[in-house]
Design a binder for this molecule. Structure first.
Ligand code: PLP
Length: 386
């Protein structure tokens, strides 16, 4: 298994900072905003009132009810509390379903996007399955659908989709999601839909109106819908997320939770209930601010020789392609060492990420302007002919 690249760069950037450098941090995928105040307060009050004991392994029933209501409000898909399993972040919602459904002895295959979130390859590996990475189309919005259709076969046990996606910020067009659903039905496999960035789509009027593959005919029973609080409510360190899936699978995820993490901290779950049921203004405000940052960064990169940057429709990443005569790893290393700008090579997200960088725009606009100025200066020095 490989590390998540962001952690390695984080450590190198921190080492430079310890030596006095001012590093502009565009490598992290964690919101630059604080957890909404009313949510933090709910967590503190829960600790103060003694909610510090073990909780139910699949999550507090009130939180599971709140998640079910949230899913029907945002996706228009009805779920019961028994179909929800709460975990410490969305990550266990990726890992545990893979452990539950992949049969290593049968050669089960897991199909996932490349470039894609590194945990997809890791969970395929850890569950003993065969990872089948599928390239994306050039703008990063979706799979190369022809490649996907050539990859999915009788051995496919799970197709992973991630829209809006990390690292490209791409949002899959509805017709592609429908084609994924058709493949899943044809080959009788699961779809794991990682919807962690679902509230960060820029071209919708209403950020609460989310299209999920689970809403398509005959898909709820084969969809493992994963979402959480990290990105939407700026709660990365609280560790809270969930899986929505058929009850029979939820029962197996509950067992895996019992024997792995046990349960999620009780006070964290109280904060989660308030996040889902309380005011949502902070989500819209954050989305509007991210949109302005995306617009700046896409234009600035496209105006920088050597880069071509598609405009992503969601999440908080851009994934420009470059033409400099070096690898993505070399370029990312150079920019960290010379410009003190931390970002990630596209290859941290799979082999097809070569010739790309991932920049996260969670930080303030001043940081983005400073990063672009430094990147331009350093590249002009190293590649004066570009
Ligand atoms: N899925 C994707 C696509 C992500 O980018 C991340 C975090 O960066 C996660 C899942 C994990 O989120 P959590 O903090 O809820 O475990």
């Amino acid at each position: 298994m490989k590390n998540e690249g962001a952690y390695a760069v984080l450590a190198r950037a921190a080492a430079l900072e310890a030596r006095g450098a001012r590093v502009v941090r565009l490598e992290i995928g964690q919101p630059g905003f604080e957890t909404p105040e009313h949510v933090s307060r709910a967590g503190v009050e829960a600790i103060e009132s003694g909610k510090t004991k073990y909780a139910a392994p699949n999550g507090d029933a009130r939180l599971r009810d709140a998640v079910a209501a949230y899913l029907s409000r945002t996706r228009g898909v009805g779920y019961d509390a028994e179909e929800i399993v709460v975990g410490p972040g969305a990550k266990p919602g990726l890992f545990l379903p893979a452990l539950a459904v992949i049969d290593a002895g049968r050669g089960d295959e897991v199909v996932y996007p490349d470039p894609g979130f590194p945990t997809y390859a890791a969970m395929a590996e850890a569950s003993g399955g065969v990872g089948r990475p599928v390239p994306l189309r050039r703008d990063g919005a979706s799979f190369d659908m022809k490649a996907l259709e050539e990859t999915v076969n009788e051995k496919t046990k799970m197709i992973v989709i991630n829209s809006p996606g990390n690292p490209t910020g791409g949002v899959m067009p509805r017709e592609d999601v429908e084609r994924v659903a058709a493949l899943a039905k044809k080959f009788n496999c699961w779809v794991l839909s990682d919807e962690i960035y679902s509230r960060l789509i820029y071209d919708t009027e209403d950020e609460n109106d989310i299209f999920s593959i689970a809403s398509l005919d005959g898909m709820k029973e084969r969809t493992i819908l994963v979402d959480g609080f990290s990105k939407t409510y700026c709660m990365t360190g609280w560790r809270l997320g969930w899986v929505a899936c058929p009850t029979s699978l939820a029962e197996r995820l509950k067992l895996l939770t019992v024997h792995s993490v046990g349960c999620v901290a009780s006070f964290t779950q109280e904060a989660g209930i308030v996040a889902l049921t309380g005011p949502q203004d902070s989500v819209r405000e954050m989305r509007d601010e991210y949109r302005a940052r995306r617009d700046y960064l896409v234009d600035a990169l496209n105006a920088t020789p050597g880069f071509r940057c598609p405009e992503p429709a969601g999440a908080f990443y851009v994934f420009p392609e470059f033409t400099f005569p070096c690898t993505a790893q070399e370029l990312a290393d150079y920019l960290l060492d010379d410009a003190h700008v931390a970002l990630l090579p596209g290859t941290d997200f799979g082999a097809n990420g070569e010739r790309h960088l991932r920049l996260s725009y969670v930080g303030p606009m001043e940081d983005l302007r400073e990063a672009v100025a430094r990147i331009r200066r350093s590249l002009a020095r190293k590649f004066p002919d570009m």
